[in-house]
Ligand binder design. Structure first.
Ligand code: ZN
Length: 202
């Protein structure tokens, strides 16, 4: 499961899961270097087994393992093709993001996180996080999203600034960020929020 960790998200992925047999908790950690140099990595949800864990109800009833829904039963993910990803998120005008949500899961995640970090939409990106669950390369996608936010909006700190205030951290507000970065500002500043993200506004 992915958790928002501003200090670490660019460097390590920590994914806690259960071993199918022993029920012990295992943690998978990859460095950014490892992510960059691995052509494929196992799904963080099924750990490459391609299956979900059987669920034991009682001595007589067990829900059998089924195909892992996070990797579609493939067990692993290919590395990130950054140029291809950038093509899927950029807008028609230079230096802009496309207005419509990309269909590809990773492209959608980068598009949405860039909007979050850049201040176009600082509601919590729950939908996008679900779309990449199991993908071990999410920290790489975060690095790309930060760069895209800086290029398009001039900052990658608007979302974290807004949420630091919302969570009660008393940090002196950094000047010069978009209006969405401050406690009383709007949460979305354009009309590009997809209908599929409406729950994030509640
Ligand atoms: Zn899987």
């Amino acid at each position: 499961m992915w958790a928002y960790q501003p200090a670490q998200r660019a460097i390590v992925l920590t994914s806690a899961g259960h071993e199918p047999a022993s029920h012990t908790i295992r943690t998978m950690t990859y460095t950014l270097d490892h992510l960059i140099n691995s052509a494929t990595l196992p799904c963080t949800q099924c750990k490459g087994t391609m299956l979900t864990r059987p669920i034991v109800i009682d001595e007589t009833k067990t829900i059998p393992a089924r195909q892992c829904p996070h990797c579609d039963g493939i067990g692993q993910f290919n590395t990130v093709d950054v140029p291809a990803l950038l093509k899927l998120v950029k807008g028609r005008k230079p230096g802009t993001l496309r207005s419509k949500r990309p269909d590809d899961s990773r492209a959608y995640y980068v598009w949405r996180m860039a909007r979050f970090h850049g201040g176009a939409d600082v509601t919590m990106p729950m939908t996008a996080s679900l779309m990449v669950s199991g993908d071990p390369y999410v920290p790489m996608l975060d690095v790309v999203a930060d760069k895209v936010a800086e290029a398009v909006y001039g900052t990658c700190r608007a979302g974290s600034s807004r949420w630091a205030a919302a969570m009660g951290y008393e940090l002196a507000p950094e000047p010069g960020l978009p209006a969405t970065a401050y406690p009383c500002g709007p949460v979305v500043i354009d009309s590009n929020k997809p209908y599929s993200e409406q729950l994030e506004l509640v």
